[in-house]
Design a protein around this ligand. Structure first.
Ligand SMILES: Cc1ncc(COP(=O)(O)O)c(C=O)c1O
Length: 431
């Protein structure tokens, strides 16, 4: 397909940072839809980059931004505003004891960076354990714990990063079990990490559902055992809830249904609802220890008042518009429809996930489970042409997995519309 003129023009001055740019020019976004310059309406099954969790341009977010423009947008990094104090209070009030103190930065990478830096300072170690297939960000520390497609070609990562296999039950990483993980990969992984460690453990960083790895869910038993193994070794547990918090999984925070509390909780993407706001939350003891050791984490936009106002609006929407309940109800409905599609199409190898974070894995056939990445791309491209934006994991070896994460405000009619487009797009792509 010929590139449109606007794209050719754009490429004259923009650095291409993720392969090709999307072939549509978006002029407006509202609720569950984005609108292109040439007049197309596209249903957004990815909530932007998984951030517009309550729909695009929610009225309360707009009002919060307006309010901030009448108060203050930005301040000296050591200065506080009422919005930041109120946000930390409201956030901590929603969390259990042990997640008592928050810091507000901008991106997910940064929130993980803060957690990693604090864990290093508090533990006086430096080794960070992470999952193969994970994604924690693009800054040096979070990138070093990211084991997706971003490692090659950028030189050394920070020393002391060790990995364990993710419990990807559909494709057991140690070829041991199938469809239901029995935690053998965890015991084996930690055993391998112990042999590689130089005896300076600091933290283990994980997501409750690995998203970039293709929607790999941790079970409560898995997480409980992981926490035990971490505690035995003096590893702080950092739970990265960039994608899973704020109702996405049918609960306010993903860890609530997993019954294990982390030492650090990092929130990003969903906290700002489309604006750059992220937080790291930890307990009083770690905060006090780091403070006594002279903890410094100054960035230009730390504690900025404008995104904090938006964060307050997000909490308001989450609690008063029953977003977690909606994710549960609509997620169950959407999953049922996807399972129905699986009955119709052999190329859907697996449907997994919960709430409104669902994965659909595209394979050549169910017997071999061989990933069909090409077909996945064709389906994704056809969906976009037909008015549905779908996000596919394009990593070799992980299969072509659609990550379906529509806004939690999505209606049943919109889900039906999305499923109908997907059904037709699969049919057309197979023809
Ligand atoms: C789980 C997770 N953590 C961290 C990040 C990094 O967030 P950001 O891109 O805001 O730095 C991402 C981004 O996709 C993510 O999915």
């Amino acid at each position: 397909m010929d590139k449109p003129n606007w794209l050719k023009e754009a490429e004259e001055t923009l650095i291409r940072y993720c392969g090709e740019f999307s072939p549509i020019l978006v002029e407006k976004a509202q609720g569950s839809f984005i609108y292109t310059r040439d007049g197309k309406r596209i249903l957004d099954f990815t909530s932007g980059q998984m951030c517009s969790v309550f729909g695009h341009n929610h009225q309360k977010i707009i009002e919060a931004m307006k309010m901030a423009t009448e108060e203050s947008i930005h301040l000296l990094s050591t200065m506080l505003s009422p919005a930041v104090i109120e946000l930390s209070k409201q956030l901590v009030d929603m969390l259990p004891e042990g997640l008592d103190k928050a810091i507000f930065v901008n991106t997910g990478s940064e929130s993980n960076e803060v957690a990693i830096r604090m864990a290093k300072l508090a533990s006086e170690g430096f080794e960070i354990v992470g999952f193969l297939g994970s994604w924690h960000g693009m800054t040096a520390g979070s990138q070093s714990s990211t084991y997706s497609q971003t490692r090659k070609g950028y030189g050394p990562v920070i020393p002391g990063n060790l990995s364990i296999p993710a419990p990807y039950a559909y494709r057991c990483p140690i070829k041991h079990c199938q469809n239901k993980c029995d935690n053998s990969c965890l015991e084996m992984g930690m055993g391998m990490v112990d042999q590689q460690s130089v005896g300076a453990y600091a933290a283990c960083i994980i997501e409750p559902v690995l998203s970039a790895a293709g929607i790999v869910e941790l079970s409560p038993e898995y997480l409980k055992r992981l926490k035990e193994l971490c505690d035995e070794r003096g590893l702080y547990l950092i739970l990265d809830e960039a994608q899973t918090a704020f109702g996405r999984l049918g609960v306010n925070f993903g860890f609530e249904s997993l019954e294990t509390q982390p030492d650090f909780l990092t929130l990003s993407k969903t906290l700002g609802g489309g604006l750059p706001l992220a937080a790291t939350v930890t307990n009083k003891e770690i905060e006090e220890d780091c403070f006594s050791k002279g903890f410094i984490n100054i960035t230009s936009h730390i504690s900025d008042p404008l995104p904090a106002r938006v964060g307050l609006a997000m909490i308001d929407i989450l609690l008063n518009e029953k977003m977690a309940e909606n994710a549960e109800t609509q997620g169950n409905y959407l999953k049922k429809q996807l399972l129905q599609l699986q009955q119709e199409y052999e190329c859907i190898g697996d449907v997994r996930g919960r709430g409104l974070l669902l994965g659909v894995e595209i394979v050549r056939d169910r017997e071999s489970r061989e990933p069909d990445i090409e077909l996945g791309h064709r389906i994704s491209d056809t969906c976009l042409e037909m008015g549905l934006s779908m996000n596919i994991v394009r990593v070799k070896g992980m299969g072509g997995v659609f990550r379906i994460a529509p806004p939690l405000s999505i209606s049943r009619e919109e889900i039906d519309m999305g499923i109908e487009i997907l059904r037709k797009a699969i049919g057309k792509s197979l023809a």
